[in-house]
Design a protein around this ligand. Sequence first.
Ligand code: NAD
Length: 290
Amino acid sequence: MKIGFIGLGNMGGPMAANLVAAGHEVTGFDVAGVTVEGAASAGSAAEAARGAEVVITMLPNGEILRRVADEIIPAMTEGAVFLDCSTVDVDSARAVGEQARAAGLSALDAPVSGGVGGAQAGTLTFMVGGDEAGFTAAKPLFDIMGQKAVHCGPSGNGQAAKICNNMILGVTMIATCEAFALADKLGLSREAMFDVVSTSSGSSWSMNTYCPAPGVGPKSPADNDYIPGFAAELMLKDLGLAQQAAGAADADTPMGARAHELYRTFVEDEGGKGRDFSAMLPRFETRGRG
Ligand code: NAD
């Protein structure tokens, strides 16, 4: 398949490399001049998009996505698929979807979970919004870049699923970290805490799979000095998008709002930038109630 790939950063680079390795004809573009071995390099986003059956974007935010969409939609072939895998606000995803459909394209918003490791290994999960025909056309590419693709409904629903999932993740990670810090102060060993909670009603992915306490549970960034993994600033971004969507939809999300606030403070004022999002545990360890 002829594929245009725009945004070849930490995620987009390895995703594009996996498409090349599977035998697809990939033309890439990134403003930073990054290239991918085996892929052709275009001089602009429009050039990467021209003549492609599928154009994939993997960009930092909704504002940049809207700008790139303005540039590539007129260059794309009618009937082609515009597949955005970035994490962006629901409104931008829906606006770009609408603009693409009006130009006779199929549009999908397909944010991912699985991080850089999943992008490299081709084991991402895609949460997909958009039309059925586009989903069917893109399915072989999801199968190369990932292990699972869930069609969540019309345009924007992929982003909705992603931010709801990550809002739960942010809240449960904070709850797990504060509970470990409380358990420490109550004299409970971390091993006992993990053994009980991971098999009890307090269990969650944050506890069982990505335990924030070093030396306990399966290997996680906590065992590697909290090197990400999933960086705290990316969690902050996703919690911000969740709050933006909650505001627009008039949804009451007090736990999501508090998690957003805590991660903002952690990233901006407490040295959390560049650390894994589970480094909330050492943050709580050092604090009292005051
Ligand atoms: P990144 O910053 O490494 O990559 C983004 C790339 O886009 C950069 O190389 C940048 O030069 C390029 N870019 C910016 N503006 C451009 C433009 N106008 N035209 C072409 N290229 C442009 O970020 P990343 O970690 O690869 O994340 C990409 C997206 O994936 C984000 O939306 C992020 O939230 C999401 N995401 C990241 C992770 C993760 O663990 N890194 C996990 C899930 C989702």
